[in-house]
Design a protein around this ligand. Structure first.
Ligand code: HEC
Length: 411
């Protein structure tokens, strides 16, 4: 029965698979799938740990690729696409997954390079040069003492005029150890000059009193690649503003360095609406305190009413290791439900900005609802503590958080 269903799907989805495995070859069938769905990350200077461009690259890892695509682990996209659809969604069709399987079964034939594939460099589709590249002033020395490291860096823009950002890309210098990063914007210039300040430094307490222009302009984790704001919208970047980069380095047994950079793209045309953001956070939880007791599997809820009409661009859910599932939606004053994001199998390593296909109108008086489940039992393989212990709010990976960052424009 299963077999029949499989064949049916196979023949109904794409024409490319309606052939014996011996005829499936790299240049005709596999390269188009890989280049569209994998190469944007799997190429030099992007987040993927190795390149998937040439026949050699792909056939060398053929069986592994067969496994990760069948399991839908790659391309990464944790959100449920039936709950809401997104502009930046990724995923292979059933036919594409089957084509890869047939290719492997048929011995990974190479086929013949098409004229247009000869000497053509494969770059991601949007390789226009950025308008401003901000690099950490000096390489940061990561110690090899096997501990997590949280640091702040200031990256002054020295811009003579205000600009609108239409797209942002964070490029990790050390792909192995940069765990995640958060981009903030300061217009007071009071934090300028810091270069690797530890999060535990007493100065940080003073800095945290400064009102930042943007507390969470962009959060980067591997897989959360370049973001684009919709046509006619952009984030205002004031002249002479400074970026503050909050870096999280994973524990390493060997000393290493990192010099990450931010690539900014500025508006070339008139910006009609400024992109703003707000964050639903631990303080907004309705069943506080936010303490996850050892052995328990609690669900926390956020319910927050907004008093103005907003148009949503994207959302970024955030939890740490023992997060299990996450769901966010809005209930409008007329009782309509607007789905935002649903992740059934939370994966700390794949946290993304989910950008809606069209702006989502949320009328004044609507309520945002977030529902997040955690598993602090000994059965949870992601539990950092053995035996489990109580886990509280905190920025460390083994602490927990509950955030939904919402990007929007007003009318
Ligand atoms: C959004 C960027 C991105 C895309 C798109 C992507 N990958 Fe990956 N891939 C990564 C990163 C980052 C890693 C390393 C982290 C990990 O293994 O989870 C990775 C790891 C892998 C691994 C190693 C997995 C392991 O357990 O070591 C394979 C194999 C792989 N990718 C294949 C693919 C294939 C095939 C595609 C396309 C169908 C693809 N990837 C699309 C970013 C991406």
């Amino acid at each position: 029965m299963r077999q029949h269903l499989f064949i049916l799907l196979l023949f109904s989805t794409t024409a490319a698979v309606a052939q014996p495995s011996s005829e499936v070859n790299f240049y005709d069938h596999i390269a188009p799938i890989i280049h569209k769905n994998c190469t944007p990350c799997h190429q030099p200077n992007k987040s993927g740990p190795f390149s998937l461009i040439t026949y050699e690259d792909v056939s060398k890892r053929g069986r592994f690729i067969g496994k990760v695509t069948q399991a839908r682990y790659m391309p990464p996209f944790p959100a449920d696409r039936k709950f809401q659809s997104y502009l930046n969604e990724r995923g292979l069709t059933v036919g594409e997954i089957a084509t890869i399987q047939l290719w492997i079964e048929g011995g990974m034939r190479e086929g013949t390079k098409k004229p247009e594939q000869i000497n053509k460099p494969i770059a991601s589709s949007d390789e226009a040069a950025p308008d401003l590249v901000l690099k950490m002033q000096t390489p940061y020395a990561i110690t090899g003492d096997n501990s997590e490291d949280f640091r702040f860096f200031s990256l002054p823009t020295h811009l003579p005029n205000d600009q609108y950002i239409t797209s942002i890309e964070f490029s990790a210098g050390n792909k192995k150890l940069v765990h995640h990063s958060r981009l903030m914007v300061d217009t007071t210039n009071l934090i300028r000059g810091i270069n690797g300040l530890a999060e535990t430094d007493t100065k940080v307490v003073d800095f945290q009193k400064i009102a930042l222009k943007e507390e969470f302009l962009y959060g980067w984790v591997p897989g959360n690649d370049r973001i684009h704001f919709p046509q006619g919208t952009g984030v205002k970047l004031n002249a002479n503003a400074d970026f503050i980069l909050n870096m999280h380095y994973a524990p390493s047994p060997v000393a290493s360095t990192d010099q990450s950079e931010i690539k900014l793209y500025f508006a070339k045309n008139q910006i009609e609406r400024e992109v703003k953001n707000f964050t639903l956070r631990e303080n907004d939880i309705s069943n506080k305190p936010f303490i996850i007791k050892a052995g328990e599997k609690p669900t926390f809820y956020i319910s927050k009413k907004i008093d103005k009409t907003v148009f949503l661009i994207s959302v970024l859910p955030h939890m740490h290791l023992i997060g299990k599932s996450f769901r966010a939606f809005v209930i409008t004053p007329t009782g309509e439900v607007v789905n935002l994001v649903k992740i059934d199998n939370w994966d700390f390593n794949w946290q993304m900005t989910y950008q809606f296909k069209n702006l989502l109108k949320i009328p004044a008086g609507s309520t945002f609802i977030v529902e997040a489940n955690y598993d602090n039992s000994a059965n949870n393989p992601e539990n950092p503590f053995d035996p489990p212990k109580d886990i509280n709010y905190g920025w460390g990976t083994t602490d927990e958080m509950l955030n939904l960052v919402v990007y929007y424009v007003e009318d």
